[in-house]
Design a protein around this ligand. Structure first.
Ligand SMILES: [Zn+2]
Length: 168
């Protein structure tokens, strides 16, 4: 499988690419069909279809490289923001058998669309989903019960402001 894999071939320098970063676990290349100039693909060296197959260390380094590259890409491109985008499975838009992260530098009104229409769900649906997820995680031994706001304290409703904030 790896012989036919584009990213394994890039990793092994069997085809031309624009690599900008490499360590023991991860490399990063410029996407040759970029959403914007500076669009990077951050790729685990190990061939795996989905990132959940990576070890904890490999996964940590994948996101650590994203942490390193994002401010560099913003500085070099003069972008005002960035999306880190990962797609698992064809239903989510995955087209490659080798998993990777997209790091897309963004500017206001750049024409790149990463969006969805929020679905309207009632409280019962949220509660059912929450219970299923918590129960399944507990069965897997993956977590303790998450903390919840008390009924009496009336937690604030999160509100998205109308003016975009600046984070850096
Ligand atoms: Zn591969």
């Amino acid at each position: 499988m790896t012989e036919q894999c584009l990213f394994c071939s890039i990793r092994d320098n069997k085809i031309q690419s624009y690599k900008v970063y490499e360590d023991d676990y991860v490399f990063a290349v410029l996407d040759i069909k970029p959403a914007n100039p500076g669009h990077l693909l951050i790729v685990p060296k190990k061939h795996c279809p989905v990132i959940t197959q990576l070890s904890v260390n490999e996964m940590a380094q994948l996101f650590n490289v994203a942490r390193t590259l994002m401010p560099v890409v913003l500085k070099v491109t003069g972008a005002q923001g960035a999306n880190i985008l990962y797609s698992a499975g064809p239903a989510a838009g995955q087209r490659s058998p080798h998993a990777f992260l997209n790091l897309i530098p963004r500017k206001e009104n750049d024409g790149v669309v990463v969006s969805w229409e929020p679905k309207e769900l009632d409280q019962a649906s949220f509660k059912e989903m929450q219970d299923k997820l918590i129960r399944t995680l507990s069965e897997l031994g993956k977590q303790q019960q998450p903390s919840q706001p008390s009924e009496k304290e009336k937690p604030e409703v999160y509100n998205v402001g109308s003016k975009p904030p600046r984070y850096w």
